[in-house]
Structures are given as structure tokens and as C-alpha cells.
Design a binder for this molecule. Structure first.
Ligand code: SF4
Length: 66
């Protein structure tokens, strides 16, 4: 299946840092060492907390950051 035809199974759903799927695309700003949501440009995490967020939301196909 072409990338453009893929639909992320986690779209608008809660994800962990370690969730992954075939729609993964790494952020440009960091070196993605694993194809997991933590490094994916579609993942949205609350980074204003003192602790590392355990969960976030998948915003596929909207890029949340680069
Ligand atoms: S954030 Fe990226 S890797 Fe994680 S479920 Fe969404 S598209 Fe897939």
C-alpha cells in the first residue's frame, strides 16, 4: 500500500512513547533512533510537565512539530 493511502490505526487516539505503526515519520529536529511515537512528527505530547509524559495523542496526518 502506498504511504498516502495508509491510515494510522492510532489516529486521534492515546499512544505511549513506545507505540509504533507503519505511518511513522521521524521529526526533522531530532535523530530518530527507533521508529516509535516518541520520535514521530505526528505525535503530540505535553512537554510542559516536569516529568516525561507517558502518553500522548497521535495527530496523524497533521505534523505536530519538526
Ligand atoms: S504518532 Fe506516528 S508512529 Fe505513532 S501511531 Fe501516530 S503515526 Fe504512528
Amino acid at each position: 500500500m502506498e504511504k498516502s493511502q495508509e491510515t494510522c490505526p492510532y489516529k486521534d487516539k492515546e499512544i505511549t512513547r513506545y507505540t509504533t505503526c507503519s505511518c511513522f515519520e521521524g521529526r526533522r529536529s531530532i535523530l530518530a533512533i527507533e521508529p516509535i511515537c516518541w520520535f514521530c512528527k505526528y505525535a503530540k505530547y505535553d512537554l510542559n510537565s516536569d516529568k516525561l509524559p507517558k502518553t500522548g495523542i497521535c495527530r496523524y496526518p497533521l505534523s505536530t512539530n519538526d
